[in-house]
Design a binder for this molecule. Structure first.
Ligand code: NAD
Ligand code: SER
Length: 333
């Protein structure tokens, strides 16, 4: 049985990945870790949780030894928009933190999954049908760290025969945990605002086309790649994967099919717009399809329908919980 360590387990991807991995491999075999504590108790109650900083090699070693880890999903990172406001932190966490995890994986003979991003491309990369192997000259700190990460993972595989694998994720859309400060976050925020207020002010231009994916597809992709026969893998790290590509205007149009009163307007944030302008309109993910059978299940229509249904239920539950907590405190003692 595997012993899996998830770093960044409180984040947008980690929180959902941890619970799927626990269902698949058993609660006690999946160790969640993060530098911050989870807002609710689900992750801590359903299995082991370690409060671990990826910048602390001694702590990483202790966790590896205590839990006898053999597989790592390394998700601890600083995303693109936060990375532009805190470039030093982004470099430290995304590069030095990754280096520490790769060293731990080498020392304890672990397989390691490391996500890259559409942010690893830049203005000189072809924006349409972006090839798997192409020019990568990003001009954001996030992008610089992501290319460095791809190269480091390739190096550890080639030099130390470490089992490194990874995907270049597009923007991820999900309803469990809110995103951590990226350029594609609008595609999640828009659903919260559409359900709560029937209107949304978008920080990207209406015609900004970007690759996106719904979280269930992203989780399936990670696990499928980690379980793939290594003999079939030519690329290993940084596979392009995508499921859909749309602009804010196209997403708003799709939401209106479910919430007809919904309106969108625009107040462009120059920093995030400049980042989005250098990212692919849509990637060519044929290498992932060919080498390990990647196939998304959710397109724009299916994702939008499911997102509205799931998020409406979640917001209703959260509202009920808040009302019942407020009610509790009013009970006279
Ligand atoms: P997130 O911001 O939601 O979560 C990252 C987690 O890392 C946070 O919980 C944070 O507390 C933790 N963290 C930060 N510094 C840490 C440290 N020093 N030690 C330990 N933990 C630390 O991010 P996410 O969206 O879940 O992204 C996970 C990975 O996937 C990142 O590498 C990101 O670049 C990549 N990715 C995400 C998306 C997306 O749309 N979410 C798209 C492409 C790639
Ligand atoms: N969603 C991520 C970001 O915008 C893409 O890597 O930072």
């Amino acid at each position: 049985m595997k012993k899996i360590l998830v770093t960044g387990a409180v984040g947008q991807i980690g929180s959902e990945l941890t619970s799927i991995l626990r269902q698949k491999y058993g609660n006690t075999n999946v160790i969640a870790s993060d530098i911050r504590m989870p807002a609710d108790d689900t992750i801590r109650d359903s299995g082991p949780f370690e409060s671990m900083d990826c910048l602390d090699p001694h702590h990483i070693t202790r966790v590896m030894q205590i839990h006898k880890v053999d597989t790592i999903y390394h998700l601890a990172a600083i995303l693109s928009a936060v990375g532009e406001s805190k470039p030093t932190l982004a470099w430290q966490v995304n590069v030095n933190g990754l280096y520490n995890m790769l060293e731990a994986a080498r020392q304890y003979h672990c397989a390691i999954f490391v996500p890259s991003s559409i942010g690893a491309f830049g203005a000189s990369t072809p924006l349409d049908n972006t090839p798997q192997d192409t020019i990568q000259r990003p001009d954001t700190m996030y992008g610089v760290t992501k290319v460095s990460g791809e190269l480091l993972c390739d190096y550890y595989h080639k030099r130390f025969d470490l089992d490194t694998r990874g995907l270049r994720f597009p923007g991820l859309i999900s309803h469990e945990t809110e995103p951590g400060g990226g350029t594609t976050d609008y595609a999640v925020e828009i659903f919260y605002e559409a359900i709560r207020h029937k209107k949304y002010t978008c920080y990207l231009r209406e015609d900004s086309s970007l690759d996106m994916m719904y979280m269930p597809d992203a989780i399936r992709a990670m696990i499928k790649l980690m379980e793939a026969d290594p003999d079939g893998l030519i690329h290993r790290n940084a596979f392009n994967v995508t499921a859909m590509s749309f602009t804010p205007e196209q997403l708003a149009h799709e939401i209106r099919k479910h919430i007809p009163e919904f309106t969108i307007d625009y107040s462009v944030d120059p920093i995030r717009q400049a980042i989005a302008d250098t990212w692919p309109n849509y990637m060519d993910d044929s290498a992932a399809r060919k080498e390990w059978g990647w196939q998304p299940k959710y397109d724009l229509a299916k994702m939008t329908k499911d997102m509205i249904q799931e998020l409406s239920q979640k917001l209703q539950r959260d509202g009920m919980n808040q009302r019942s907590r407020a009610g509790d405190s009013e009970v006279p003692k």
